[in-house]
Design a protein around this ligand. Structure first.
Ligand code: AMP
Length: 491
């Protein structure tokens, strides 16, 4: 079996041969993580509680030599390990396996929502792998809520759900017509504002579970808005190459989340980050030092030997003797048009202050990415933003002053070198925000998926460095704004 990485965090798709141990590891990680969440939330969860989990499958393809090629989650969902998992007998999810296994992601998100709505009183947690997949599910709810409630009213699943296994399983869950529930859904969804929609539709939900560390941090404000600030639990850290760790303290704030490495998964070593790929400086898991930064090096049970993952981590503590790491950033993802190096962290910091400025307008940020434009001189940073009105039926108003202030807020939070090059030397041009049409970031995702990615593992790339990907965005630009003043120099 061969798995394919999404290519959305490192830029390129990679394929890896894996064996059953890989699937077993993934099952083990999910079981450990589910034990930890139920331990932390058990006093608040009644016995019949379920998770509404937006989990997806994708069709397997073949390598040129005919081997099955899929994403890591697909290979897990297709395995006997998933089909015969022990927790299945508790029906831990609101959706039956047939919905998770449906290869058409539009049909499966619809059916996930239908199952979740029809069992709304049982939902204690709402989850997805990465935050992006959860936001996508809320967008689908905005599109389909009238149809979903009419399905619940009549007890029949829409005709366009053509995956028969999926349709039959969902019909069995619907049971029959439920006009009272349909009325509640219509009442909640027709509010002008969708603030708190998750807690309004699923009143017993106690937590949101999805990864919001690293580049997913951009979605925290939107999740807070939809969930009335339910705790966001970021449980697992892994990649197509190997699983790494689990968060043993689910209630920690997203910015404080650390992952405890699971030493039985792969053989982990660590390269101190200032020692440019000098393998002599590698240390073992037991020798990492508190506070230090490292890149993970993996030797796996299925053939990777001292493979550099490309994620930078910081040691934050120990669980018994096992080191815990905070995800800092991807190694090579920085913006630079001159000698400055703007890191993923700088971008996220800038984004946090720009979204504060945006709050004074009627819109919110639903997707972003950026790139360093050096096609003209001086080069400048370009941010692509997709905006959405806070109230469902409103249209986004592009307030020039607010968006120019957002450009400035981004620049103001970059480092001293950026500011010097921009304000004193003039060798970086004014930062630009290009607002794109609604749905652009969905098109970007479809583009990546057409190249072999999967919805479950998709992460909007924080920076773009391929002209093909840029073309997807450039086609959809509807307005451009520039920073009108230079950021102050840090003296
Ligand atoms: P992929 O193999 O395409 O699924 O991408 C794996 C990459 O996603 C990792 O190397 C990380 O950069 C990122 N990633 C996965 N889990 C987390 C997490 N919990 N926090 C931050 N980044 C993550």
């Amino acid at each position: 079996m061969v798995v394919c990485s999404t290519g959305t965090s490192g830029g390129i798709h990679k394929i890896f041969p894996v064996n059953d141990k890989y699937i077993e590891n993934l099952g083990y990680l999910l079981a450990v993580s589910s034990l930890i969440t139920s331990k932390h939330f058990s006093d608040k969860i009644d016995e019949k509680g379920k998770k509404m989990a937006f989990l997806y499958n994708r069709l397997e393809s073949k390598t040129p030599s005919g081997l099955a090629l899929s994403s890591s989650f697909t290979s897990y969902f297709m395995s006997d390990y998933f089909k015969n998992r022990p927790s299945k007998c508790n029906s831990e999810y609101t959706s039956p396996d047939q919905v998770i296994l449906c290869p058409d992601n539009n049909q499966s998100v619809y059916c996930h929502l239908l199952c979740g709505l029809s069992q709304r009183e049982k939902v204690v947690g709402v989850s997805a792998t990465f935050a992006h997949a959860l936001i996508k599910a809320i967008n689908a709810l905005q599109i389909y809520w009238k149809e979903l409630s009419s399905n619940i009213r009549s007890g029949h699943v829409s005709e366009w759900i053509t995956d028969l296994d999926c349709k039959n399983a969902v019909s069995a869950i619907l049971g029959g017509p439920d006009p009272e529930l349909a009325d509640v859904i219509e009442q909640e969804c027709s509010h002008k504002s969708w603030e708190g929609i998750i807690t309004r539709l699923w009143p017993k939900a106690k937590f949101i579970e999805c990864i919001v560390t690293g580049q997913m941090a951009q979605y925290i404000p939107t999740l807070d808005f939809y969930s009335n600030k339910l705790p966001i639990v970021s449980m697992v850290y892994g990649s197509s190459e190997s699983i790494f760790g689990v968060n043993v303290d689910p209630l920690s704030k997203p910015q404080d989340v650390s992952y405890t490495f699971l030493p039985n998964i792969s053989y982990f070593e660590f390269l101190p980050i200032d020692h440019e790929e000098d393998m002599n400086t590698i240390v073992d898991l037991v020798d990492v030092k508190l506070g230090c930064y490292y890149e993970t090096v993996v030797t796996s049970y299925f053939g990777l030997h001292r493979y550099l993952i490309g994620d930078i981590l910081q040691v934050t503590g120990f669980y018994n003797n096992t080191p815990q790491f905070r995800f800092v950033r991807r190694k090579n993802i920085v913006l630079s048009v001159n000698s400055e190096a703007t890191t993923e962290q700088d971008i996220l910091k800038g984004l946090a202050s720009a979204t504060l400025v945006l709050e004074s307008s009627n819109s919110m940020l639903t997707g972003f990415t950026c790139y360093a434009d050096i096609s003209s001189f001086p080069g400048h940073y370009v941010f692509y933003w997709e905006l959405k009105a806070k109230d469902v039926d409103d249209v986004v108003e592009l307030d020039e002053n607010v968006l120019e202030e957002c450009c400035y807020a981004l620049e103001e939070s970059f480092d001293a070198l950026y500011k010097r090059l921009r304000s004193k030397e003039g060798s970086i041009g004014a930062l630009e925000i290009k607002v794109v049409q609604q749905g652009t970031f969905d098109s970007l995702m479809e583009y990546f998926i057409s190249k072999g990615g999967s919805v479950a593992q998709y992460k909007t790339p924080m920076c773009i460095n391929s002209s093909e990907t840029l073309a997807v965005l450039e086609d959809k630009v509807i307005a451009r704004f520039y920073s009108q003043k230079s950021p102050p120099l840090n003296l």
